[in-house]
Design a protein around this ligand. Structure first.
Ligand code: NIG
Ligand code: FE
Length: 411
């Protein structure tokens, strides 16, 4: 197969051979080359440099016309597989109900559970595929997808089989997370401990046996899974080699982060509410902290204090939390805008949080997350903008003109 060359790149951003997360002041460093070219062969990046140094023939060229090129985004926290939108709850919130009040009335996650249980695997797959096609056009080049709207063995397995089919269908890296502990299903409403037993003794072994999960997750929150219950789930996952990425500190700080650190969780995610002790634990652990600003925006809750975590040298990652209840978008350019506007992150910090750091958190840093020779040729092209800062600046606009996945222009 011949070589493809992207030419006349005004700025080529996100160059790094480094395979570790960027922390502290390094998070703001995005290496770039002005007036650059970028070469692909088959599905890999094979070279890049100054336009004036471009040598050799290429079978195909793509003229970036002075615009920018950067690595595709990596979304490490989504709930992409679901049956139906929940715009009714959106209207209820406009009328004054909170996210928690809606959940207490049987809405929220349990609303999605009811819809998902009655939808076939094929239909769920086709809906998820439509969403993922759209996300790839918006620049997502790797994604994590959770279960958690089934909450029974059959329905959780159905969701994870959909994710498995997505893995087989797409050439982008996809990771699956088992989130049986997303809420207590109606059948177990009055016997929470029995549901935790069911997750550990029935669901997890079946899911592990079928190889359906790369990670395990739990919504550790007041009114959902308490620290002790979450700990049992994390430990059961560790025993079968399925490590945790956890929903914690969305509404309350009550010891979840400490427990996560003590039990080798990979990441703690949400973190809208953080105590001094939480930050201290994070700064002494190797866990990733994942901020989800689209959720804060959509359900109007505080934003994660990214500046504090960055200053404490915690590896910081951003993701969409794409789901029908608290964040019905997977548009990571918009997530970047929110991070810049509401979390005081520099555009360069937001890009690193969505690329190299996200890749490290998912263990796919050898494949994706930066412009480096040997990595997958997964890049975003914007001819319309001339600097990285213009991407978050033009919030609500799609400034992405082309996305290459494995060296192929997606259509
Ligand atoms: O990450 N907080 C828990 N889970 C999701 C929301 C799920 C839903 O509302 O459907 C979240 O925000
Ligand atoms: Fe989530």
């Amino acid at each position: 197969m011949g070589r493809t060359r992207l030419i006349n790149i005004g700025h080529l951003y996100g160059i790094t051979e480094g395979l570790s997360p960027k922390i502290g002041s390094d998070l703001a460093i995005v290496e770039n080359i002005e007036n650059a070219y970028l070469d692909f062969e088959a599905d890999r990046i094979v070279g890049y440099g100054k336009m004036s140094d471009a040598a050799g023939e290429s079978a195909e060229t793509y003229d970036v016309q002075g615009g920018i090129v950067y690595p595709t985004y990596i979304d490490c926290h989504t709930h992409l597989v679901y049956a139906q939108n929940r715009e009714g709850e959106f209207v209820d919130r406009i009328k004054g109900l909170t996210y928690q009040e809606i959940a207490q009335r049987g809405g929220g996650i349990l609303n999605s559970v009811e819809k998902l249980r009655s939808m076939s695997e094929d239909e769920l797959f086709s809906e998820a595929k439509t969403r993922l096609d759209k996300l790839i056009k918006l620049g997502t080049g790797a994604i994590e997808i959770k279960s958690g709207y089934g909450l029974s063995l059959d329905a959780e397995v159905k969701m994870l089989r959909v994710v498995k089919r997505l893995k087989q269908t797409y050439s982008i890296p996809i990771k699956a997370t088992f989130l049986g502990a997303h809420a207590f299903p109606t059948e177990f409403k009055d016997k929470p401990e029995a549901y935790v037993d069911y997750i550990i003794d029935v669901m997890l072994p079946a899911i592990a046996q079928e190889g359906l999960a790369d990670y395990i997750d739990a919504f550790c929150e007041v009114g959902y899974f308490n620290v002790e219950q979450t700990k049992r789930i994390v430990q059961a996952g560790n025993q079968v080699g399925i490590h945790a990425r956890l929903h914690v500190n969305q509404f309350e700080s009550f010891g979840a982060i400490q427990m996560a650190a003590e039990n080798n969780a990979i990441s703690v995610e949400h973190l809208e509410v953080l105590s001094d002790a939480d930050v201290e634990v994070l700064s002494n652990s190797s866990m990733y902290a994942v901020g989800l600003p689209a959720c804060s925006f959509f359900i109007k809750i505080p934003y994660t204090d990214a500046r504090r975590l960055i200053e404490a040298k915690v590896p910081f990652v951003l993701a969409s939390d794409y789901n029908p209840g608290s964040s019905p978008t997977g548009n990571l350019s918009f997530v970047m805008s929110l991070a810049c506007i509401y979390m005081q992150m520099l555009p360069s910090e937001a890009l690193n949080a969505l690329t190299v750091n996200a890749a490290c958190s998912l263990g796919i840093e050898n494949e994706v997350g930066s412009i480096a020779v040997g990595k997958k040729a997964n890049v975003i092209v914007s001819q319309q903008v001339k600097t990285l800062s213009a991407v978050p600046y033009q919030f609500g606009e799609n400034v992405i003109d082309a996305v290459f996945i494995n060296g192929q222009l997606t259509t």
